[in-house]
Design a protein around this ligand. Structure first.
Ligand code: EPU
Length: 431
């Protein structure tokens, strides 16, 4: 099993290119089935979740060509089935975006219930409510979500909670429904807007994405397009917090600073300097970190996908901090691992971490529980005294391309090892 071997103590210093947003790429790729024309997509991250989705789409008959590492063409004119139930698809969350896209185009699809990171219960009632409101029948049987409709008809849908996935899925299905759909209390995340822009470039008529109310006028036909995915807000934020945690100086390049505002604001509050330019943000951590309180919220609030990273930083700050997780109900599992590195954190009611800052972390063998927590634990190990072994790194590879290589380019001592011998070699090399 591959692991990261890490020797902590080097600040991260330098520049790092941020890739395309995984959580935008997943629905955009799934939406490619909505036309028989060829779709070109640029800035697709080469990460495991995307590759799993592409593999499932190939099995459905979609022709997928990678023109280079980050540019894809997709053609879905010869789909030969409306059941998505291969072994891979259950591992990722984004698989359920094939419901919205295929229900929209074919008015029928069966998709295995989604997996994804285990960060709490992840209901899909709002997706189902939305599909039903558009006139689809929805059943769950034998681990499959089965949907079909004679016709989809636009409707007025109020989302009971703000859900990225439900907003995206219902928006896709409504794109090819008859008449107008209005989604109220919609998610406003940058990837929701990116998907709407992509669908509009395919001929859809969607207005209001990025606000609470999205208005979709159904169209009968979608066409080919050439589209570039937005930069990954969370990959950028992870490296920005990496600078804070390791007391470094990192410039994240190819980003949209507006998408990073809540992250930049918190970094400044805890004592970092943040400089923005057109498509880059520099974070310098020269002063001792200060405590803060933070609550995760839907965009433009502080993202739940940055909660472990800020917790790791606050674990090294002066004073007591409180981090409240308001999106998922079990997203502090990594705290046990961090505690083994010397952190002083108490989790109350499963959704609130009370953090007493410590002076330093110490290296340990730690197990990654999910994607974002994994990235945060790596940052903790990079700041820690001594050597850490990070296990179950496949979670990190779901969403971060070349994570260890990007960290190495910033001066980190990190390598992938998959045997005791390689670990010993790493230890000898770093002295
Ligand atoms: N929820 C419901 N009913 C629903 C849908 C959601 O109760 O029908 C609840 C969930 O249980 C959760 C909350 O609403 O408590 C928010 O869920 P949301 O639907 O917004 O999340 P998601 O679509 O499942 C996406 C990202 C997550 C990210 C969240 C929040 C993808 C593939 N996943 O998940 O990303 O944390 O939005 O921003 O886009 C990650 O990339 O590591 C990751 C976990």
């Amino acid at each position: 099993m591959e692991q990261y071997a890490i020797k902590g103590g080097n600040p991260l210093v330098g520049e790092v290119e941020i890739g395309g947003a995984k959580n935008a790429a997943l629905p955009i790729i799934a939406a490619a089935v909505m036309t028989n024309d060829t779709i070109h997509i640029d800035n697709v991250p080469d990460v495991r979740d995307i590759n799993v989705l592409l593999q499932s789409m190939k099995e459905l008959g979609v022709i997928v060509n990678r023109q280079d590492r980050h540019r894809l063409t997709l053609n879905a004119s010869h789909i030969h089935g409306l059941v998505v139930n291969d072994d891979n698809i259950k591992k990722i969350r984004g698989s359920y975006y094939l419901i919205g896209s295929m229900l929209g185009k074919y008015k029928k699809v069966e998709v295995a219930l989604p997996g994804g990171c285990n960060i709490g219960s992840r209901a899909i009632d709002q997706h189902i409510k939305g599909f039903r409101a558009l006139g689809a029948e929805v059943k769950i049987e034998h681990g499959l979500i089965k949907t079909q409709a004679e016709r989809l008809r636009g409707n007025h849908i109020y989302m009971d909670i703000v859900s990225v996935g439900a907003t995206i899925n219902v928006m896709m299905a409504a794109t090819m429904a008859e008449g107008t759909t209005i989604i109220e209390n919609a998610a406003k995340e940058p990837h929701v807007v990116d998907l709407a822009n992509f669908l509009n470039s395919m001929g859809a008529n969607i207005k209001g994405a990025g606000t609470d109310v999205i208005r979709i006028k159904g169209v009968q036909k979608m066409h080919g397009t050439d589209y570039t995915i937005i930069p990954d807000q969370i990959e950028a934020g992870t490296f920005m917090f990496g600078a804070a945690i390791t007391r470094g100086d990192v410039t994240v390049k190819n980003v949209i600073p507006k998408h990073l505002e809540s992250i930049s604001a918190k970094l400044q509050e805890i004592g970092c300097e943040v400089e923005e330019s057109d498509d880059a943000v520099r974070v310098v951590s020269a002063k001792p970190l200060r405590h803060s309180h933070v609550k995760t919220l839907p965009y433009p609030g502080f993202p739940t996908d940055m909660q472990p990273q800020i917790t790791v930083a606050l674990g090294l700050s002066q004073g007591t901090s409180i981090v409240t997780e308001s999106i998922f109900d079990n997203r502090f599992k990594y705290v046990d691992e961090l505690t083994r590195m010397g952190a002083s954190i108490k989790v109350e009611s499963g959704n609130m971490a009370i953090i007493d800052g410590v002076k330093r972390y110490t290296g340990a063998t730690i197990t990654v529980p999910d994607l974002r927590a994994g990235a945060a634990l790596v940052m903790a190990a990079l700041a820690a005294e001594g050597i850490s072994i990070v296990e179950e790194i496949h979670y990190i590879q779901r969403g971060y391309e070349d994570f260890h290589l990007k960290l190495q380019s910033l001066g980190a001592q990190i390598e992938i090892v998959d045997s005791e011998r390689e670990l010993q070699k790493f230890k000898l090399k770093i002295g």
